[in-house]
Write a protein that binds this ligand. Structure first.
Ligand code: BDR
Ligand code: CA
Length: 309
């Protein structure tokens, strides 16, 4: 069985990513929470709600470990305009569960120790927790088998600045550490996933009339309207869910190539940009598996399989 940690700045797409992992019967050892989309307490609350729901629906309890509340160096901003005040539009999710007392960074180090060569880290969020775990104990690099990252751009089309993607922009110093430390990283970029939105399928999903499909429509409504109104998209994007599908189903990433990728962390207009050396002009060893094309049919099959459950 595959072993995962899911690292979230818990909004709608993060929650459905957890559901997709559980639907596919991998072992999810923890939800680690990190700064990002909305206020930290709301992100933790959303994660607890997702955990409680998962216990009932998937029969799996996943514990929630709050982690870093701020990036390593510079401050950041949350994006309630994108995901809504509660990260899921206007919905407020509540739960009776409590978060674990152990810090997410300590937990990551501990789990890497317990499952050397087996643990996979799904980062659908800024990379602060993983970078901190590495700074605390550098041996996590050899122990963590794979790092799946939703972040960066492959063609320079950003979402938080003209050229930078949000997760990497929030903590470019952390992303720089993770990319340059020898982790086996696969990156799914923002300007790739924007080409694979849910368009006319939205009505079809409404028609499925299952518990999860109804929740999907409720949870993604705000994000869909934002994307179609302000981001010139044909439908709602799935940055986190596509990254999860890439991790789970080898059909989803249609083309992957390994390049040297660095991260710009200057205090300048290109802060947070992923600098991909496509031609190898820097002569550096390639360090990141960059997903360059996706198979929408395979992703849809995975999404529908989840929603029909
Ligand atoms: C990423 O940032 C957040 O808005 C989403 O959760 C996703 O992980 C997209 O840039
Ligand atoms: Ca996310």
């Amino acid at each position: 069985m595959r072993n995962f940690i899911i690292d979230c700045d818990t909004a709608e797409d993060d929650i459905f990513s957890l559901f997709m992992l559980l639907h596919n019967k991998v072992k999810v050892h923890a939800i680690t929470v990190v700064e990002g989309n909305v206020s930290f307490p709301v992100e933790v609350q959303n994660a607890l709600w997702a955990s409680e729901f998962s216990k009932r629906f998937f029969g799996e309890e996943v514990k929630v470990y709050p982690g870093m509340e701020r990036p390593l160096v510079k401050d950041f901003k949350t994006v309630e305009n994108v995901h809504g005040k509660g990260g899921i539009g206007d919905l407020t999710l509540s739960s009776n569960l409590k978060p674990e007392g152990k810090h997410a960074v300590d937990l990551i180090v501990e789990l890497a120790d317990r499952y050397p060569g087996e643990l996979e880290f799904l980062a659908i969020s800024p990379l602060t927790n993983l970078a901190m775990a590495y700074l605390k104990d550098r041996t996590v690099v050899e122990k963590i088998k794979k790092v799946w990252v939703m972040g960066g751009t492959i063609n320079g089309h950003g979402n938080i600045t003209p050229v930078a993607e949000y997760n990497v922009w929030v903590d470019p110093d952390a992303a720089k550490i993770v990319f340059n430390s020898g982790f086996d990283v696969t990156m799914v970029a923002w300007d790739l996933i924007t080409q694979f939105t849910i368009n006319e399928e939205w009505e079809e999903i409404k028609g499925l009339k299952t518990e999860l499909s109804e929740m999907y429509v409720k949870f993604y409504k705000h994000y869909r309207e934002f994307a179609m109104t302000y981001q010139k998209m044909k439908g709602n994007p799935h940055p986190d869910l596509i990254t999860t599908a890439v991790a789970l189903d080898e059909r989803v990433a249609k083309r992957v190539e390994k390049f040297y990728v660095d991260v710009e962390n200057c205090d300048c207009s290109t802060r947070g940009v992923t600098v991909i050396d496509y031609l190898g002009v820097l002569g550096r060893e390639p360090n990141v598996n960059v997903v360059l094309d996706l198979n929408k049919k395979a992703f849809l099959e995975d999404l529908y399989s989840l929603l029909r459950r």
